[in-house]
Write a protein that binds this ligand. Structure first.
Ligand code: DGN
Length: 256
């Protein structure tokens, strides 16, 4: 059975990329909800409703576990939806917090994310849980997701404007608290070269959690009939191009 991944759009491709790299034998089904993007400015109730639809879709596809490859859905909808379904669900926030807390030397960590994620305080809570000494600087950067989804070619001006307030802040670790951001990780790092900062992509930690879960349930892929399917609620052509651009390859099957 495949692993299911969901996001409001293309961001989860940064998580899928890691899953394909670290767990190459696993089949995957990815769903991006481009028709309702961005989630980051919506109310908690709306995000829960939209995310539940994606979860139901993946359950119908008989996935063995679901990765919320979306920080916004993890921060606002995961706990509620976990209570409504039987299937294991994991999100990106605890993984990101653990890596960041292991990496920081000054205990000063900055998080950039959507408005909904920042408003939820989910990163502060998760970080304090693993390291109660840490100070967290949280910044909503809502312009980045639309720019990535709309395939804006020169992202540097948007990145520059979005991150400007961080220039005079003191921190040594930056969490990319939205799965779209690792897609442009190099450009983000470029913007912060005057400070010495480690950039954390939570997806790097999620594969450990997936592996643990598969071990627990004795559910590793057992044969090689391997596939990666992609679904979008938006334009199939745009999704196919984006997969090629961000994933470096397209899906075995793409459907709308
Ligand atoms: N990629 C999503 C996240 O990680 O929060 C959010 C994208 C959005 O809908 N703004």
């Amino acid at each position: 059975r495949p692993i299911g991944l969901l996001d409001s759009g293309l961001g989860g491709l940064s998580v899928l990329k890691q899953v394909k790299k670290i767990l190459p034998r696993e089949s995957t089904i990815y769903i991006g909800d481009q028709a309702h993007l961005p989630y980051g400015n919506k109310s908690v109730n709306e995000i829960i409703q939209l995310t539940k639809k994606l979860v139901d879709f993946l359950i119908k596809k008989d996935v063995k576990l679901i990765v919320f490859a979306c920080n916004t859905a993890t921060a606002t909808a995961m706990t509620t939806i976990q209570q409504q379904v039987d299937i294991p669900i994991i999100g990106v926030i605890s993984a990101g917090s653990m890596i960041a807390s292991a990496q920081t030397k000054t205990n000063k960590i900055a998080v950039i994310a959507t408005q909904a994620t920042i408003k939820s305080g989910a990163y502060e809570k998760a970080l304090k849980l693993v390291n109660n000494q840490c100070e967290v600087i949280s910044l909503a950067t809502p312009q980045l997701v639309p720019a990535i989804e709309n395939n804006v070619l020169d992202l540097q001006p948007v990145i520059h404007e979005s991150l400007q307030v961080l220039q005079d802040k003191c921190f040594d670790t930056l969490i990319l608290g939205c799965t779209h951001y690792p897609l442009i990780q190099n450009q983000i790092a470029q913007e912060l070269t005057s400070q010495h900062i480690e950039v954390v992509d939570p997806a790097e930690g999620i594969c450990q959690q997936i592996t643990q879960l598969l071990k627990q349930h004795d559910a590793f892929a057992s044969h090689n009939a391997h596939f990666n399917y992609g679904y979008t609620t938006g334009s199939k052509e745009a999704f196919e191009q984006a997969a090629q651009k961000w994933l470096g390859q397209t899906f075995d099957k793409i459907k709308q």
